[in-house]
Design a protein around this ligand. Sequence first.
Ligand SMILES: [Zn+2]
Length: 187
Amino acid sequence: MKEAKVFLSSAMTELHNERAAVHKALTDRDFKVIRFEDFGARPESAQTAYLEGVQEAEFYVGIFWNQHSMATEEEYGEAERLGKCCFIYVKDFDVNRESKLQAFIDELRQKHTCPTFVTVVDLAERVPRDIQAWVLHHYVQGYCVRCRAERVMKDAKEVTMKNGRLAAKGTCPKCGTGMFKFLPKKH
Ligand SMILES: [Zn+2]
């Protein structure tokens, strides 16, 4: 599996801990995270920089709580326009939400399943798990011994081997032969 890139999008100040925890959880599972904190000084504007960040990523993760942020809304708009796979999480604790953000979340809920979370730990466990499940379902490449070719597995499922290693099991989309592939270690 090639290294998948995830763009992390949220209001910066109020979700600082969540951003840090999700960054660590994804990095630990071999995703590359693109986030504003890591952008150095650049000749182009901040807006251009974060939109380029979205363009580069395969996945968009949006985390929302109380504050509306124009930048976040634009990042999402770019992800949606480019057909990126979007994962949206809404913090359901101490809610005192700006009406503009509530309207935006209502709009997001029309298009995506947007689970709520309470604790940072809960969120940090969930994000990599959700993306990994999606990747498995849509993306896992394996080698078909019958076709003698690399194929994206059909109906891939995560299985744990006797020795504790994780693997994906599925079938070849062309000939139906069973396919198997080891996956990166789980944390
Ligand atoms: Zn085959």
